[in-house]
Design a protein around this ligand. Structure first.
Ligand code: ATP
Ligand code: MG
Length: 586
């Protein structure tokens, strides 16, 4: 099905968007001018993410503006102004300094979305130490692996998580000097300290030391969708990207109330759940609880969220419920909805238009890119199913690898190839932790090869085809799982689909779809035949699934992505590989 473009214009925007004319924005864009919109450390002492996110507002007119509103799982609400955040992050930075933690030292966090996590992140950056967040639902082994690989010297966590996941592995972590417990009133021993006690004793005054924009700031592990998670290194200069994308893509304005649903254990939850909104001095909502449709709609309503950043996995979960959000909730404050993390099926974009009264703006980026690279903008027409166009200042292209060595830009439109980016943007990763060779292998002929396949249409919109690892070669065709999944999603019974290539002696690989059904639909032979037929009508017999299997759940990463490699390994009876990021069945 060809989806009609969703027309967007300046007139239908409640607030005039920052990016009005894409061509002009691209022509006039420069990183220098973005840098000038930031403050820089006083006295020309460099650039520090936490200063741009907190102190420059706390020292100015937005001192008393609400920076973070924290919504506790049980209904408790805690508010932090920019002034509060400055004082608390200063205290945390002083705690680190007092413990002898310095520039470049790794400070890990293993916690749910509690206020201390946000304070620790900002205080760590102020101290020029490196903040490395871990997702709190990781099991003990993935935690230990990451702490070891990341040379963790400090860990901020809770009593419960420490006891469950770290205590018994402590002897394997000799470099872990201190564990700071956010909820322990007293120190347990010399290495297991009470964070509240340390915070209490620390001064509220902290002068951020000179920070080179190239100083390491963040260490993020990738989602592990395609294999063993990699540790991506980011520097303070990334704040230019956080700020620029929050301006041009998220379209933040001073009165906005922004909510990013991602957990800071993943790059989205740190770049956009902490840093980017704060660089604009807006109010950032943090919800401690996990996905719950009613709770989420009530947050949008009661907090009067204006800009919402979420993920396809959540959108698909909302889509399958029989809730009519606009009838049941007052969503009138909402003006923009964005999504990242996985391909957003056109069905999802259009669902937003109908159910929320707003289309969903898909954008594309990776842990490695540190910030949004390709996006749909507030004032730009949306082509459902497309990731949009590159951010001004970002050069993206489709390239063809030649004999596995060189890379050639494909200039013709609508040709599939490797999605590549011209290196040099401020938040580009500076390395994979302890894997220089892998890092170097990402760059070919002056391009960063993303590992995703895509195509670009005649108007410069990019369309996701699939991860290079997931592409299916069937009877001489290259088939991207996304195209097949999106088509199958159009069937009213289908809630979610994961598509893989299954080795076949005659056609190379055959397209196999794993399908979960919406409530009220029963798996069975009749529905299977109907779906096979539906696929053939939509996609043609060369591309349509030849096999369909009904599943109660598809395997997802903890960040919500369908793990096709696991569907495939299970189908073929092969080793399942790294499962540290596999979500428990939901
Ligand atoms: P790993 O690299 O460990 O296999 P991962 O690639 O899932 O895991 P992330 O960096 O969290 O780790 O995810 C980035 C990837 O997610 C992208 O390379 C792309 O495959 C996918 N992705 C993100 N946003 C989009 C989008 N809007 N459309 C399509 N794919 C997307
Ligand atoms: Mg990846």
């Amino acid at each position: 099905m060809n989806w009609e473009p969703i027309r967007k214009s300046r007139e239908d925007q409640v607030v005039p968007p920052h990016l009005l004319d894409y061509a002009e924005a691209c022509a006039t864009f420069s990183w220098e001018s973005i840098r000038r919109e930031l403050s820089g450390l006083p006295g020309g002492k460099g650039l520090n993410i936490a200063y741009e996110a907190v102190d420059r507002h706390a020292d100015g007119a937005r001192r008393d503006h609400l920076a973070i509103r924290w919504l506790g799982r049980e209904g408790l609400v805690r508010d932090f102004t920019y002034g509060d955040l400055k004082a608390l992050s200063n205290r945390f930075a002083n705690v680190l300094r007092w413990l002898g933690v310095g520039a470049g030292d790794r400070v890990f966090a293993l916690a749910g979305r509690i206020p201390e996590l946000y304070i620790a992140a900002l205080g760590t950056l102020k101290n020029r130490s490196v903040f490395a967040p871990l997702f709190s639902a990781f099991g003990p082994e993935p935690v230990a692996q990451r702490l070891m690989r990341g040379d963790a010297g400090i860990l901020v966590t809770t009593k419960r998580l420490y006891t469950q996941k770290v205590a018994h592995l402590r002897e394997r972590l000799p470099q872990l000097r201190y564990v700071l417990l956010t909820d322990a009133p007293d120190d347990a021993d010399d290495g297991l300290l009470s964070l509240p006690r340390l915070m209490e004793a620390a001064s509220e005054v902290f002068i951020i030391p000179p920070t080179d924009p190239e100083d390491m700031a963040l260490l993020h592990f990738t989602s592990g969708t395609t294999g063993m998670p990699k540790g991506a290194i980011h520097v303070h200069n990334a704040v230019l990207m956080h700020y620029a994308t929050a301006k041009y893509v998220l379209d933040l304005h001073p009165d906005d109330i922004f909510w990013c649903t991602a957990d800071p254990g993943w790059v989205t939850g740190t770049s956009y759940g902490i840093i980017a909104p704060l660089t604009h001095g807006v109010t950032n909502i943090v919800d401690e609880a996990d996905f719950d449709a009613d709770r989420w709609y009530r947050i949008l309503e009661s907090q009067k969220v204006t800009v919402w950043y979420t993920a396809p996995t959540a959108i698909r979960r909302l889509m399958r419920l029989e809730i009519e959000p606009r009838k049941q909730y007052d969503l009138s404050s909402l003006r923009l909805v964005h999504s990242v993390g996985e391909p957003l099926n056109p069905e999802g974009v259009v669902w937003g238009q109908e159910a929320l009264g707003l289309p969903i703006h898909d954008n594309w980026w990776q842990t490695e890119t540190g910030g949004i690279m390709i996006a749909n903008y507030a004032a730009m027409d949306i082509r459902p199913g497309s990731m949009g166009r590159p951010l001004p200042g970002i050069e993206a292209a489709i390239v063809r690898r030649i004999d596995g060595t060189g890379a050639q830009v494909v200039t013709a439109p609508n040709v599939e190839g490797d999605l590549a980016l011209k290196p040099g943007w401020p938040s580009m990763f500076r390395g994979y932790l302890h894997d220089e060779e892998r890092y170097r292998s990402c760059f070919v002929d002056g391009w960063y090869i993303t590992g995703d396949l895509a195509m670009r249409d005649e108007d410069g919109y990019f369309w996701f085809v699939g991860r290079a690892d997931d592409i299916i070669k069937t009877a001489g065709h290259m088939v991207g799982p996304f195209e097949v999944e999106s088509a199958m999603m159009e069937h009213p019974a289908v809630a979610e689909v994961g598509v893989i290539g299954k080795p076949d002696p005659i056609i190379g690989e055959l397209v196999k779809a794993f399908v979960t059904l919406k409530p009220g639909f029963e798996p069975g032979e009749k529905l299977r035949m109907e779906l096979l037929g539906f696929g053939r009508t939509r996609l043609g017999s060369a591309v349509a699934p030849k096999e369909i299997e009904f599943e109660e759940h598809l395997p997802h990463t903890r960040s919500g992505k369908i793990m096709r490699r696991l569907l495939k390994a299970r189908e073929l009876g092969l080793p399942e590989g790294d499962l540290s990021t596999l979500e428990e069945t939901r």
